[in-house]
Write a protein that binds this ligand. Sequence first.
Ligand SMILES: C[C@H](O)[C@H](C)C(=O)SCCNC(=O)CCNC(=O)[C@H](O)C(C)(C)COP(=O)([O-])OP(=O)([O-])OC[C@H]1O[C@@H](n2cnc3c(N)ncnc32)[C@H](O)[C@@H]1OP(=O)([O-])[O-]
Length: 717
Amino acid sequence: MVDYWRQGSVAVIAVNNPPVNALSYNVRVGLYNNLDKAANDRDVLAVVICGKGRTFPVGADIHEFGQIPKEPWITDVGRKIESLGKPVIAAIHGTGLGGGLEIALFCHYRIALPNARVGLPEVLIGLLPAGGGAQLLPRLAGIQVAMEMITTGRQLPASEAAKYNIIDKVVSGDIVKEGIEFALRVQNKPFQDKILRYRSPHGKDSLQPITEAVLRKIKMRSRGFYAPVWCVRSIANSVKLPFEEGLAQNRIMFQQMQLSGQAKALQYAFFAERSISKWKLPCGGNFATAVPRKIKTISVIGAGTMGTGITVALLSAGFPVLLVEQNKRFLMKGVQTVQSLLEGGVKRRKFTAEQAKMASSSLTTTVDLQALNSVDLVIEAVFETLSLKEDIFSKLDKICKPEAILCSNTSYLNIDKIAASTRRPDKVVGTHFFSPAHIMRLMENIYGCKTSPETVATVMDLGKRIGKVPVLVGTCPGFCANRMNRPQSEEALFLVEEGAQPEQIDQVLEDFGMPMGPFKVRDLAGGDIGWRSRKDAALHLGLTLSYDLQFFNGERYCSLADKLCELGRFGQKTGSGWYSYDKPGSKQLSIDEDVTKLIQNHRDSLGIKPRKITTQEIQERFLFSGINEGFKILEEGIAARPEDIDIIWLYGFGFPRHYGGPMFYASQIGLKRVYDRICHYHELFPYSSHWMPSKLLQKLSIQEVPIGQWAELHSKL
Ligand SMILES: C[C@H](O)[C@H](C)C(=O)SCCNC(=O)CCNC(=O)[C@H](O)C(C)(C)COP(=O)([O-])OP(=O)([O-])OC[C@H]1O[C@@H](n2cnc3c(N)ncnc32)[C@H](O)[C@@H]1OP(=O)([O-])[O-]
């Protein structure tokens, strides 16, 4: 796990623990013993520490968390470096992170390749730097930089790290060779002043104002997420406590944090995000056996909000795009939108003006579907009506080359029905982007019963290549994301009907950590989209959406949202919705008395006497209705694992990562409690079938089965 060799007077100690040289117990022992070896070898005048393979050590081994870390710990290795009596150089390539950077900070010198990155991302897994980082970094780069890096977990490119003296020299070429040459240059120079523990933290006199400013930012950025606050305390210890006491205090805090629900949730999310690429189809085809097709040219059909967002996501990832619209007017409007989104990307420093220019030059347009006869892949993003999509797919099937893959950005409709309008159902797949598609990272990919493993492999690979988080699910109405969101938004309406205010519900869920409450989301997305599909659905059932409708298709129904739409209150785009806005398109919102009156009239017209609704009830009805649907989605095999569902909610709806996602959240609350509460609401609301408890949840709740075993146990049931 740790290699040692000597080159002249320089000893090289190389961590060799693929894939990312995590500092597991065995690696720490190896480092410790080889440092001893170098110390005792009189021919060794200097030491280089580096990583074999793709990176310098990226930190402690996350798999080892949850148990008390065994000695030697990272600080023990650090003390060994400090007291070695010979200069030690950290030679960094790839990513020097967490405990890896801490080891480097204990070294006397640090060099790095230009594309290397360094950081202390412990906060992202609910922890703090417990290997000396919170003590050493302020002594090297100052309190301000340490606060920013440690409370955000941001990785710094080598050039920026050099600016803050974290890196002594940015070198090119072979990092080990460069490390040895650097060692030869410093082996006879005094280096005691390089031992950071003897320095005092820069900017320590402004610790108070810096701390207050950082805590204000944390309060805004991460509601209810504790780790950043603990990180601030750990850095303050670098000023308030002597070095060793600071180390010991931070170690105690680290061990407490390790046991916290938030740390467990964030570590679950870390591995969940890495497990979603390991997909498998019911037919057995999977990520390891299926080979993605090479995609060079892509066409997007529909230049509306979604079509233009998808186009920009593809263009900014270097794909040439042929944008299609039904007429020149819509097409020109679409091209203008693409241009302004690209300009917006430059303003947000997502890419340079040069890159935006390149992207824009890779855009071509047409109103003629025939022009798609040579593209490798098509993404359809037109209105959400099945008949329109069937028409387009049957035309594409005749026009596109036989091997072309046809994708639909539908967020709800059945992929098998769309595929049935072609003679190539194996090459039809859903690629559901989230609005705004050039920003939101989630890509919900939906396979139909005839979609081939190769087609799935292609869109999963495409998702990664355009910087998205692709998750694979099966087809059903609303797939995973919207199917879980539907009962939640219905419950939000029912809660208003029964006595809560929209702003009250939004506040409860924002305090919980959601980026935006359901009524603000409705106003952002535009109430008219849902209204149109409800009217379509009613038409199909020979019904009209009337004001006093309390049941729809045998299900409890609330017509409040329809009433708002009848008044043209579609949300931000019309300047009024559940809230009123300064002007159409503005985000500046305020509570609107007209809506409060409309709600009261609605209750009066239905004879509903409003009652006091607690925060607990709002949280439970909103979250548990979605969670129950999540278990049904697992039950039906639409999602293969709870990890798939949780990553969809973290990246699609901004579910607070420090809860791990709705399914992990349920496992932390306790499945029995969740199940009992769902049964309670099922009894209270018999006309809402979404409260029918999931059988899988019932079974798992009996023994409180840990989340890691749900999929396996379900497959046996
Ligand atoms: C004392 C000290 O203060 C404290 C307490 C600590 O030090 S706490 C630890 C602090 N360090 C971190 O938080 C770094 C976490 N890792 C990353 O940010 C990224 O991994 C990466 C380094 C930027 C590479 O990204 P990538 O996209 O190129 O590959 P990957 O797919 O992500 O990772 C490739 C494979 O490596 C696995 N892996 C990555 N980091 C790991 C780690 N720290 N421990 C164990 N496994 C790890 C990962 O699960 C995947 O496995 P598999 O799925 O192939 O089986």
